[in-house]
Write a protein that binds this ligand. Structure first.
Ligand code: B12
Ligand code: SF4
Ligand code: SF4
Length: 305
């Protein structure tokens, strides 16, 4: 009976173009141990660790009798936003995952599937790539990003706890893509040398994304070369060169456009509450309000490079 619901959920997700996997809640302990062992071995930079969300390695208080973890991958495109500045047109990329935040929508879908059988779901804050890979949903690329068949690395991961009993007990060691065995293109194209041969774990403190996701008032470290930036936030170098992403690279959805006047207001790093109402609404409409804290600084670098 429960395994029927389990199959129904995964089939329903696939019909919607998503992919999911369900594992026992007992593996929360394995996830915790894996992350903490990296900490004990001194492999996690302190500044990077401070940026981790507060992972919850226990069933959430809202669902203490959780039995399973559901991890879902939702395909995500790159978004192109156009800025007009000094008579020039600048089309800039927002990488997958920054634009759309479908967590609530997914919770509603899963609730709709589980509620008729009396089960519930609650969103869970977990190390998502590790969960996805150990559950069998995807594999790590050498660039430390998770690849899911049919989506490459262009997807958003999310996780939920549920009181739905888990009928099978599938868990595996973290896997690397087979195609990485004879390839290191991402390593060669990473401008900051965050991907190395000396260890698998990313040197996240060197990753450009770590630095260009900081608030506008934080200056870039002196070693960051302005020419390395390729996106309004984040960085696409190690994903764009990857052969496993070949089929997804051209999935670019149009975002909005900003006039010379609007671009100038953004470049001035105008505080959110002082933005003209129309511009604030436009940023909200295109979900750029989520990254407003960070992108005006990156924009200055990109328009001047
Ligand atoms: C903190 C964080 C960052 C930090 C630090 C990244 C890091 N590597 O930790 C920074 C700001 C740098 C960052 C950057 C990016 N991020 Co980020 N980030 C996160 C966050 C919040 C936590 C990640 C985490 O758990 N780190 C802890 C480390 C220890 O875990 P790990 O990276 O999985 O590392 C494991 C492996 O290295 C493994 N391992 C060790 N040795 C070996 C050896 C072998 C052979 C194998 C197979 C494995 C293995 O062990 C480690 C776990 O202990 C997640 C959201 C979430 N809740 O999970 C998003 C998340 C991982 N980020 C995401 C994205 C999209 C990005 C960027 C691509 C953004 C961009 N540039 O456009 C970059 C990618 C940079 C990169 N090359 O990895 C997506 C990834 C989606 C995907 N397809 O995988 C996530 C899941 C957000 C989401 N909801 O979708 N991110
Ligand atoms: S570029 Fe090559 S090594 Fe890097 S993740 Fe893709 S297949 Fe693996
Ligand atoms: S996101 Fe950019 S800086 Fe970070 S590992 Fe990939 S290529 Fe390197």
């Amino acid at each position: 009976m429960d395994s029927n619901i389990w199959t129904e959920i995964l089939t329903d997700l696939e019909k919607r173009g998503y992919k999911g996997q369900i594992v026992s809640v007992h593996y929360l302990a394995a996830l915790q141990e894996e992350i903490e062992s990296k900490h004990r071995q001194g492999e996690l930079d302190e500044e990077v660790r401070k940026d981790f969300p507060p992972f919850e390695f226990r069933p959430p208080a809202a669902l203490p009798n959780s039995e399973s973890l559901i991890v879902v991958a939702v395909p995500q495109p790159q978004i192109q936003v156009v800025f007009r500045w000094n008579g020039e047109t600048y089309p800039l990329i927002i990488p997958p995952t920054y634009f759309s935040h479908p967590n609530k929508e997914m919770e509603t879908i899963l609730t709709g599937l589980l509620a008729p059988s009396g089960y519930r779901v609650v969103r869970s804050l977990l190390p998502l790539k590790l969960l996805a890979v150990c559950s069998g949903l995807g594999s790590y690329g050498r660039n430390n990003i998770c690849y899911v068949p049919g989506m490459g690395s262009f997807h958003r991961l999310m996780a939920f706890c549920s009181d739905l009993p888990c009928p099978t007990d599938h868990w595996q060691e973290a896997q690397i893509l087979e195609s990485c065995q004879d390839c290191n293109i991402c390593l060669q194209s990473c401008p900051t040398s965050a991907i190395t041969t000396e260890r698998f774990l990313l040197h996240a403190e060197r990753c450009l994304t770590f630095h260009n996701e900081k608030p506008v008032e934080v200056p870039f470290p002196a070693w960051v070369n302005p020419s390395w930036h390729d996106s309004l936030v984040g960085c696409m170098h190690c994903q764009m060169v990857c052969p496993q992403n070949r089929d997804f690279l051209h999935w670019i959805e149009p975002g909005t456009e900003f006039s010379e006047e609007e671009t100038s207001i953004l470049l001035d790093r105008t505080p959110w509450d002082q933005l003209p109402m129309v511009l604030a609404k436009k940023l909200e409409q295109f979900e750029l309000n989520y990254i407003y804290e960070v992108f005006p600084r990156n924009l200055s670098v990109l328009l001047r490079k």
